[in-house]
Design a protein around this ligand. Sequence first.
Ligand code: ATP
Ligand code: MG
Length: 702
Amino acid sequence: MKNGWSGLNESSGFSKGREKLLLDLLKKATDFYEDIVGILSGIYELSEYVRKGSPEDEFYSYIVQVLIRESRCENASVFLVEGDRVVLKAAAGVDFPEDAPAVSMELGEGVAGICAREGRPILAPDVHECRYFKEFPGSRVHIGSMLCIPIKDAKTTFGVLNLSHSQNNFFNFHYQRVFELLGLLVGQMLTLIHISSIFQRKNLDLNELLLQKDESLRNLTESYKTVVDASEDVIFILGRDDAVTFCNQRLVASLGKVPERIQDMFEGDMVECIRAHRSRMQPGQFLDFERTVTFGSATGVVGQFFIKCLSRDSALVMMRDITARRRLEQRAMQTEKLTSLGLLTSGIAHELNNRLTPILGFADLINARRLGERDRKRLSVIINAADSAKSIVESLLKFSRNKPPEKAVFDMRDIIRRTVSLYTPTVRKRGIRLLADEGNEPLLVKADMNCMEQVLVNFINNAIDAIDNQTGTIRLSARRCDNSVQVCIEDSGPGIPEEIITRIFDPFFTTKAKDKGTGLGLSICYGIISDHKGEISLENTGHGALARIRIPAMTPDIHQERMETGAGAPSAPQDEPESSVRSTIMVVEDEEDLMELMVDTLSPFYEVETFSNGKQAFDHLEDRRWELIISDLRMPVMDGMELYLAAVEKQPRLKKRFLFITGDTYDLQVKEFFEKTGAVFLRKPFRIKELKDVVYRQLHDR
Ligand SMILES: Nc1ncnc2c1ncn2[C@@H]1O[C@H](COP(=O)(O)OP(=O)(O)OP(=O)(O)O)[C@@H](O)[C@H]1O
Ligand SMILES: [Mg+2]
């Protein structure tokens, strides 16, 4: 190849010489042909490399290796343009060391720099005659001729392909054309690699993004799940055919299992109700409603429901258990109703007491011994009637719960046993079994025994009435429950109709015939248990009704009950001897009848002066040395309590010389007043003997 194609002209004219020339030419043509085939096969290898999406970095060493292997070039190298320099990226060939030093030059410097800057091939058949050629200091590559081809696409020159051979004239114009095309192809390949690497990077970025999104989605799902699981509400999603496709922890915990279908949670009518709502709802629509349901094994659960149609085949259902809230509200309502009714009742009772006191008092004052037989009988009728009116007023007060419970410590089991043995004969006759399971453990409470008995009797009566004339069972059970004693009364009657369940504790609410029920039973029980700081409920079990009563169990209590004025105290002698110095008593009362009664009763024994209100009495406080001030509590101008405070302030010795006559001892303010001052009182209506006794004690027991 030394002489190139030009050798043909020089050897014409000699047949032997011509033959040699022809052979020479043939050899050159064959070499060139083989080089072309080699380069073509190299191009194929390179395009395969690109097709497989191999990395750009290794592409350059691949190019030089392919060229060295497939063509007869001795050395090949690739320089890339980086800013204003060309940098050696890969080199291979006979003279290149394994680890080629880092080589770079400025754009426009040396053959590679010119080629890269101008984007045109540079052929140097004899490098020594090439003005651009610049040997690298210390290079061991022996170069005779070289060809430098730009690697480029239509717009940009990326770098150069540098080929060299130790022979001069090894490269000629034909090689230049072939390699020029190779440079363009490599440029296209590089563009492709570049684009594909951009795609790969984007793909990696996208994958990374996808992973991140995946991760944050997982975290978000976890957070939602935690929130949904921690919710106090029961939450689930219904799919087709009532299938439960999702449910929260709360639901699983309350139910004790993972439900597969809605029927695993609710009974038939609720299942129907949810189905009916779903069938009417469009995606996105929602509704809420309240309903008492049986949820798993829990009956009487008041649920606040929220249903949202998510799609044609799925709906979100949430149930908030508001049983306790409703119970509290009902209790508050009940207490309110009873309070207002109690106020009315106690007002009536107060008025009746005021009227009854003189009736009973004057009847007592009439000396029966001086009367004839008929009048004596008439008098006793008056006294008996007034006495029974007094006990009616007592029971009215009991209903209004103005009377504080008279508490004592006892074992609840005793009351249960007593009530059961009292009722056993009655229920047996009706074919009802009365069973009691009061346990073996003492159930001590500090309560009003009569009231507790009254509560049990009320519930047992209700249970007997509910079972009606059928056979059935009433079960009483009692046990200690945390700090309370719980008594349950369960019957096998028909239960309470749903439509009246919210009214059964209302006073005067009854479903019974006029002569059978007043409708006060449950409201009295309610009042009693509330007074004992307890809880009471009546609900359906599905096969009857179940009443639950809870009152605090007894805890050691050193509370000292205040001494009552009556029992065990000394009484006045039948006829108090008139002493030479009679005690002075001030009577303060606005009711004339009552005033007269007290004067009639006390004046034979004491020096009595009367005043019709607190102010009058106070104005005469200094008139005499009063031994006792008997005062009504409620009076116009200045009431008894105001009189007490003003009088004691002026004369502290009067602190123990007050006796109040009142029908209001159950009023909260009055109760507080007595508790605070320790003042003594007598309840209206009173009998004459009671009045005499307490006055006597007040004067003598200081
Ligand atoms: N165990 C029960 N089973 C079914 N219904 C009951 C039961 N207990 C009470 N009820 C219903 O509650 C209503 C109110 O009861 P409550 O005890 O207050 O009054 P009463 O029994 O009707 O009359 P009273 O107790 O004054 O004689 C009853 O009329 C009845 O309809
Ligand atoms: Mg009743």
